[in-house]
Design a binder for this molecule. Structure first.
Ligand code: BGC
Length: 407
């Protein structure tokens, strides 16, 4: 797909990079509506619910006819996948309710597919449930600004999938599964729970477009309760007190599942609990303490002066554990919402300096590596780091959109 002439220029940041980002995003959407994660990296020639939902958020937020349409087509693709694998989801729900164990490959809805909806045949970690929460959230965001009559018409086809996901997530949310970095399948990641609470908390808004749909209304009531229960669980199990400041902050994992060096650690994916999911607003002390801790532990030099981006977590060794474009963009979005426009702009400047000459934004960059010797390891295993990473471009687009709104 190519951009058409109705696209207008962004007014902030690097206009060309913004337009090029939208172009890259749309070029990497298949006819089925799926987005591949990256065209230049074998392992990422798939579509993840997580990446796609964040991409759809950026596209809906951009508000141009072709980006709204691209977002709608992604939602349609997700709906088709959920319908296609409905029996798997129902089987998983039944197993969990019967107290039987789940096989984390054969008994669950996978997190990534080919653009035609086939689960990949490679050895992977398909049990990652955060993407379903992010999808519900992105779906609600998509219809928020659109004509309610159109929303009702289009959402009618999604009702069964939404109800099924509410049941699925309601049954599985306490089952350990791989986090958004596809690691630690034996733990409960706080950011996964934040995604679930954030997404389930928006189901009532979706149900309101379909007032006669009693099944969806019942699912919405369940989802609202679940969202509150999960949020309370995070507060009780996914927080720690900073010994220096005495403040409560969110931790990478919940409860005792995080032993040793992981105990009390933060992860930059916790930014999403504030924005986009809105569990605690940016001004809330819990969000503020979490963000401060992320800056201290995961930004080189601990300062937002544009000299570095954001690491995923301090022990990350994937491609050496560099700084991620998408997380840097989300930190900027959070800082902007908290009134720190200078910090947001410094991070924006850093992101724009990471763009390759052809306008591609990579997944991560290598100036400040957590563990430099691991870069070679991963490069030999899988080749050069993914670039462009479509999710990086989407996060950059989200940041520019937010800067424009508040500009
Ligand atoms: C990241 C995932 C992402 C995938 C595709 C992985 O390296 O950890 O969050 O979904 O790449 O972009």
């Amino acid at each position: 797909m190519t951009l058409n002439s109705t696209l207008t220029s962004a007014t902030l940041g690097n206009d060309w990079l913004y337009e090029n980002s939208l172009k890259i995003i749309l070029e990497n959407q298949a006819g089925t509506g799926a987005f591949i994660a990256s065209p230049n990296f074998g392992q990422y020639h798939y579509s993840w619910f997580r990446d796609g939902a964040f991409i759809a958020l950026a596209l809906s937020d951009t508000g141009r006819p072709e980006t709204i349409e691209a977002s709608r087509r992604f939602h349609e693709w997700v709906n088709n996948i959920i319908q296609r694998y409905r029996p798997l989801a129902q089987g998983a729900i039944a197993r969990v309710k019967a107290g039987e164990p789940l096989n984390p490959v054969t008994d669950i809805l996978h997190c990534r597919y080919t653009v035609d909806g086939e689960p990949s045949q490679e050895d992977w970690t398909p049990f990652q449930i955060d993407g379903f929460g992010t999808w519900l959230f992105a779906l609600a965001e998509h219809y928020k600004g659109l004509d309610p009559a159109m929303a009702s018409r289009e959402l009618a086809q999604f009702s069964d999938s939404i109800c099924l996901l509410v049941d699925y997530l309601g049954a599985l949310w306490l089952v350990p599964n791989f986090d958004c970095w596809e690691e630690h399948g034996d733990k409960l990641a706080t950011s996964t729970l934040a995604a679930l609470s954030g997404g389930l908390g928006r189901v009532a808004e979706l149900a309101a477009y379909l007032p006669g749909d009693t099944a969806l209304a019942a699912a919405a009531a369940t989802a609202t309760n679940l969202a509150a229960e999960i949020k309370a669980y995070i507060l009780n199990h996914g927080t720690a007190t900073d010994p220096q400041t005495g403040q409560l902050y969110l931790t990478k994992f919940c409860g005792d599942s995080a032993a040793g060096e992981l105990r009390g650690a933060v992860d930059a994916n916790l930014l999403w609990a504030a924005i986009p999911y809105g569990l605690w607003p940016v001004e809330h002390p819990l969000s503020q303490a979490t963000v401060e801790r992320i800056i201290k532990d995961l930004v080189a030099g601990g300062k937002l002066d544009g000299s570095g981006g954001v690491h995923r977590y301090s022990r990350d060794t994937y491609f050496g554990g560099g700084e991620w474009i998408l997380l840097t963009a989300w930190l900027a979005v959070v800082r902007l919402a908290g009134g720190d426009r200078a910090g947001a702009n410094a991070l924006l400047g850093w992101i724009e300096r990471q763009a390759q000459p052809d306008g591609s934004l990579p997944e991560q960059t290598f100036e400040h590596l957590n563990q430099p010797d691991m870069l070679n390891h991963w490069t030999q295993l899988w080749g050069e780091v993914a670039s462009p990473l479509v999710w990086s471009h989407a996060s950059y687009v989200t940041l520019i959109n937010r800067l424009k709104i508040t500009g």
